[in-house]
Write a protein that binds this ligand. Structure first.
Ligand code: HEM
Length: 370
């Protein structure tokens, strides 16, 4: 019995070819296979960000908003100061030739959304320098949802997430002066010449006096898909019916822009036309810092009517993520890298703020000018 055991082991080893593994050549082959496995594991670790602690991802982006602006639990990490809107959209039907999206068929769909100021400070005073925004949620009759966030500037100042991050860091106020360090801005502009060019375009574009007479632009390009599957590059804008008045006076008051908006909506509905700008081949869809030529065809897809305005609170626009990739069938993302960067960053901002205690917004709709 005792002699049989090693014999059986040898038989099994031979049957399964194990002695062959102990030769020098086999061991060399095994080492090559192990090295290849190691390379694959290292590649996965690199792609997963485990090797490079400094890699830019959505978590680092939102951590940096918090580092630059300070902690403001419960609030959006950007566009933190805002107010909710309600209303509807009447489609003209003219957008249907570009997109099969139900929202462009003639008819009315309910809309809610949010006006806000760019920046991560929820209590910041209103002022001439903050970019204004309009975010919208269209609830379509077939159950689909379209969400969009637009700004009142003609182009975006950066073309990708790295540019956005570098700008955020460069604009961090110097504790001594309360203003960004000009040396940091110079370094940023040297690294991102496209941002310098975009800022020239932005500066040439006059700001309106308030929220209601501002035009809000998608800035990012999207692809409209028609019923035959044809894809067209499109940027869109909400163009106000209220006549444009330039921002010449900066009234006193912490919330003068929001207070004027609230007073304006109380007087009666404010309206905007949804203007689709149709790109031509060669128009950049992957760089929101570059304007498209002014002669591009535009289509008036319908009218947004805003009738209601209310302070952020439980269950209204406060608790929504206006993710620009929540799109109905018939509108698709373009190759603009900002879109996926936005979607990822908004998700982290939303997840954090959703789990935090809430304090009232600076903008309360019951009060008078503060
Ligand atoms: C990589 C680039 C960008 C980053 C990291 C970024 C970051 C953010 C974050 C963190 C929020 C708050 C999200 C939330 O908690 O719900 C936000 C809101 C917003 N962003 Fe961006 N953003 C970027 C680019 C853009 C661009 C290109 C636009 C163009 C229109 C834009 C327009 C808006 C608007 C309108 C809001 C306010 C939405 C609301 O009222 O809820 N952002 N952004």
């Amino acid at each position: 019995m005792t002699n049989d055991a090693p014999r059986q082991q040898t038989d099994s080893a031979e049957r399964y070819g194990l002695p062959a593994l102990l030769t020098r050549a086999s061991l060399a082959r095994l080492s090559v296979a192990a090295a290849a496995m190691l390379v694959i594991v290292v590649c996965f670790a690199w792609a997963g960000g485990w090797l490079s602690t400094g890699r830019l991802d959505q978590t680092r982006m939102i951590d940096t908003f918090e580092a630059v602006n300070g902690p403001h639990p419960g609030f959006r990490r950007n566009h933190a100061k805002g107010v909710c809107l309600t209303g509807w959209f009447d489609s003209s039907g003219d957008g249907a030739r570009l997109s099969k999206a139900v929202v462009f068929k003639p008819g009315r769909v309910p809309v809610f959304g949010r006006f806000a100021l760019a920046g991560g400070m929820p209590m910041m005073p209103d002022g001439p320098n903050a970019v204004r925004s309009m975010a919208l949620n269209f609830t379509l009759p077939d159950g689909e949802i379209w969400r969009t966030g637009m700004n009142d500037i003609p182009v975006f100042a950066v073309k990708d997430a790295q540019g956005f991050y570098d700008q955020l860091v460069a604009m961090k106020p110097d504790p001594k002066t309360g203003k960004p360090d000009p040396a940091n801005i110079k370094t940023f502009l040297e690294a991102h010449p496209e941002s310098g060019r975009a800022m020239v375009v932005i500066r040439e574009h006059p700001f309106s006096s308030g929220f209601a007479d501002a035009a809000y632009n998608s800035l990012d390009a999207f692809r409209f898909i028609d019923s035959a599957g044809v894809s067209t590059p499109v940027r869109w804008s909400m163009v106000p019916v209220d006549p444009f008045t330039p921002e010449l006076l900066y009234p006193e008051g912490q919330n003068y822009l929001f207070d004027d908006l609230i007073a304006r909506i109380r007087q009666g509905p404010a309206q905007w036309h949804l203007i689709l700008t149709v790109g031509r081949p060669g128009d950049p869809t992957n760089d929101a810092t570059i304007p498209w030529p002014a002669d591009r065809e535009s289509v008036d897809a319908g009218t947004l009517t805003v009738t209601g305005i209310e302070a952020e609170g439980a269950g209204n626009c406060r608790d929504i993520n206006f993710d620009p990739l929540v799109l109905p069938s018939g509108i698709a993302p373009s190759d603009d890298p900002l879109l996926s960067a936005r979607s990822a960053a908004y998700s982290v901002s939303f997840t954090r703020r959703a789990g935090e205690a809430k304090t009232p917004s600076a903008v309360q709709t019951g009060g008078s000018r503060t």
